[in-house]
Design a protein around this ligand. Structure first.
Ligand code: C5P
Length: 405
């Protein structure tokens, strides 16, 4: 596995019984040519000897945030800055909860909050702790932030129960590390533009025409592109989502602003238009709040907004190599998407059913059909992060292989 050669892995060992496998994990990582530096939590140090980890890693093991000599020699910021990948194995329910909620009360959690590197977790815990809604919700949060996961697996446990929660075997963790390092480069050097969320079209200073788009799918795509090393500009309409880390986010309100921000981001290699752009805007938004009363019915003269997707796809010399649009439909999803692909001149259309019954708008899952020149690929119902990962995997394959049409 050449992916590991010359790489630096920062291994965080938290307090699960599976910590006893860590010296073996360290040895296997080093056999593949990577250096390993270990950080052990207080509970972790009860389960695996820091001395053993120091011996197999050939490096000092770090355990305490408040060790003045440690902080002077190599502080918690430098620890994560000098790593190519941070691996948490075993990752207990406790450390996953702390990561999900941004707690930083020891060296391990502080560096996990401070790091801008990719993080891979190998959860390990009792089956009931694994199945607890709190743990599952924490993992959803972490995955949404681009945290990678390997395992757990099912089997007999140290606590004499049987079920899900055993840490993945060291060899599987090594394979996941290799995958993360390989993937992390698949879109290196690629520039990407993503539109996300709704647009708000002003009627007067307080009212607007808008829609129910949450931006979850577009933001997930931006995160997935950045996760593979792309340089991403995310042009986002008004959403209730945090800016994804490591991504240039341009906040806009109206379709005209969104188009201007997209133009300013060009040239890019790939554009993914996931925004639900308002088709119409008020021709002359009122400068003052429109007053009600007097039995008067205000007239709203609408003009059509520019089509950002079609503009980018037409683009001439500055056309991105791959232009991907979305089609939100409530009936005849695939047929409408095919027609939309042709009308807009884009390469791919991701068609999804947004009828109320499908729960796509605002929800966390999506059922999509990918419409390309080759045909239609219908995907199973997936989480929006999974849709993003799958789409971005195909983007990487298409750009890598030079096949964009
Ligand atoms: O025409 P319709 O709105 O159904 O097309 C959806 C696709 O076109 C989405 O990819 C959306 O982001 C894009 N679009 C756009 N600008 C518009 C309207 C739609 O980029 N004004």
């Amino acid at each position: 596995m050449s992916e590991l050669a010359g790489k630096r892995i920062l291994l965080v060992v938290s307090g699960g019984i599976a910590a006893y496998k860590c010296p073996d994990l360290v040895r296997r990582i080093r056999e593949r040519g990577a250096a390993v530096r270990c950080v052990v939590t207080r509970a972790g140090a009860q389960l695996v000897s820091p001395l053993a980890l120091a011996a197999v890693s050939g490096e000092k093991v770090h355990t305490d945030l408040f060790s003045l000599t440690d902080e002077a020699e190599i502080g918690h910021i430098r620890l994560s800055r000098e790593a190519d990948l941070v691996v948490v194995a075993p990752a207990t329910a406790d450390i996953l909860a702390k990561m999900a909620h941004g707690l930083a009360d020891d060296l391990a959690t502080t560096l996990l909050l401070a790091t801008d590197k990719r993080v891979l977790v190998a959860p390990a815990m009792n089956v009931r702790m694994w199945e607890h809604p709190a743990t599952q919700a924490n993992l959803v949060l972490l995955r949404q932030r681009g945290i990678l996961q390997v395992g757990p697996t099912e089997g007999p446990m140290a606590c004499n129960e049987f079920g899900m929660g055993r840490m993945a075997e060291p060899e599987e963790i090594v394979a996941a590390i290799a995958g993360a390092l390989r993937e992390g480069r698949a879109l290196a050097g690629v520039k990407a533009l993503v539109t996300s969320g709704p647009t708000y079209e002003a009627i007067d200073p307080v009212r607007f025409i808008g829609n129910r788009s949450s931006g979850k799918q577009g933001h997930a795509i931006a995160r997935a592109l950045a996760g593979l090393g792309a340089e991403v500009t995310l042009v986002s309409g008004p959403v209730a989502l945090a800016d994804p880390p490591g991504i240039r986010v341009v906040h806009v309100e109206s379709a005209l602003d969104m188009l201007a921000a997209c133009r300013a981001a060009l040239p890019v290699d790939v554009a993914v238009c996931a925004a639900a752009v308002a088709d119409w805007r008020s021709e002359t938004p009122a400068e003052q709040k429109i007053k009600k009363g007097g039995g008067r019915r205000p007239e709203l003269a609408l003009v059509e907004n520019p089509d950002i997707l079609a503009t980018l796809a037409a683009g001439g010399a500055s056309r991105p190599r791959l232009v991907v649009g979305f089609a939100a439909e409530t009936s005849d999803v695939v047929e409408n998407a095919r027609a939309k692909r042709a009308a807009k001149g884009c390469d791919w259309i991701v068609a999804n059913d947004v009828s109320a019954a499908a729960g796509t708008f605002g929800g966390d899952a999506n059922t999509v059909h990918l419409v390309t020149a080759e045909g239609v690929d219908s995907w199973p119902r997936l989480g929006k992060d999974e849709v993003a990962a799958r789409l971005v995997g195909l983007v990487a394959a298409a750009l890598g292989g030079g096949r964009t049409r």
